[in-house]
Ligand binder design. Structure first.
Ligand code: SF4
Ligand code: SF4
Length: 186
């Protein structure tokens, strides 16, 4: 059936009228910052103290945009007569956000909780080379990482927190105990 002349125009005007009467959803960015969900993938923060330079993140990154350099250091034995140990020391950790596709694989595979998502997204650059964030910058992003969600009520206490609590309780008990008198006291 042939279309009625002018029906397209009428439909278009109807859409315009409907839209005109709706509440506007325009975000006034940058004057007003958007309210982002807590798990927004903005940028990656590095908690360097947790990184053992295992290279897993760099190997698993599909874009090969994580650059890590390290060297080995010999650590003296923990006890006399023990063997010397060697450990990796981080020299460089960088992520090229011009290549990153925000898949989150590096964060998922890190066995030592050294990488975290931050919702920060305002790091556009005019020079693409500045999108490679070195370790100092990645560390700064850590300050913008939101706190993890609370555990379910009744969930088992995390091992690290339980160990820290036991140590703190032991120290407090030692400090509270009355001091033993020195010597025999004849
Ligand atoms: S988010 Fe994905 S692409 Fe980006 S650095 Fe991590 S693994 Fe690579
Ligand atoms: S996977 Fe984690 S611990 Fe291993 S090199 Fe990457 S950030 Fe460091």
């Amino acid at each position: 059936m042939a279309p009625i002349p002018g029906s397209g125009l009428a439909k278009g005007l109807a859409v315009t009228l409907r839209t005109m009467t709706r509440k506007t959803v325009t975000e006034q960015y940058p004057d007003a910052l958007p309210e982002l969900p807590p798990r927004t993938r903005g940028v990656i923060g590095l908690f360097e103290e947790n990184c053992t330079v295992c290279m897993l993140c760099a190997r698993e990154c599909p874009d090969w945009c994580i650059y890590i350099d390290s060297h080995k250091e010999t650590v003296p034995p923990a006890a006399p007569g023990g063997r010397e140990r060697s450990r990796n020391v981080l020299d460089r950790f960088a992520i090229d956000f011009a290549l990153c596709m925000y898949c989150g694989i590096c964060i998922e595979v890190c066995p030592f909780d050294a990488l975290f998502w931050s919702p920060e997204f305002e790091y556009a650059e005019t020079d693409i080379r500045d999108l490679t964030h070195e370790r100092d910058k990645l560390r700064e992003w850590m300050w913008t990482v939101p706190a993890p969600p609370a555990l379910d009520p009744g969930a088992e206490e995390p091992k690290e927190i339980a160990a820290a609590r036991r140590t703190a309780e032991k120290l407090a008990a030692e400090q509270a105990a009355p001091e033993q008198p020195q010597g025999g006291g004849s």
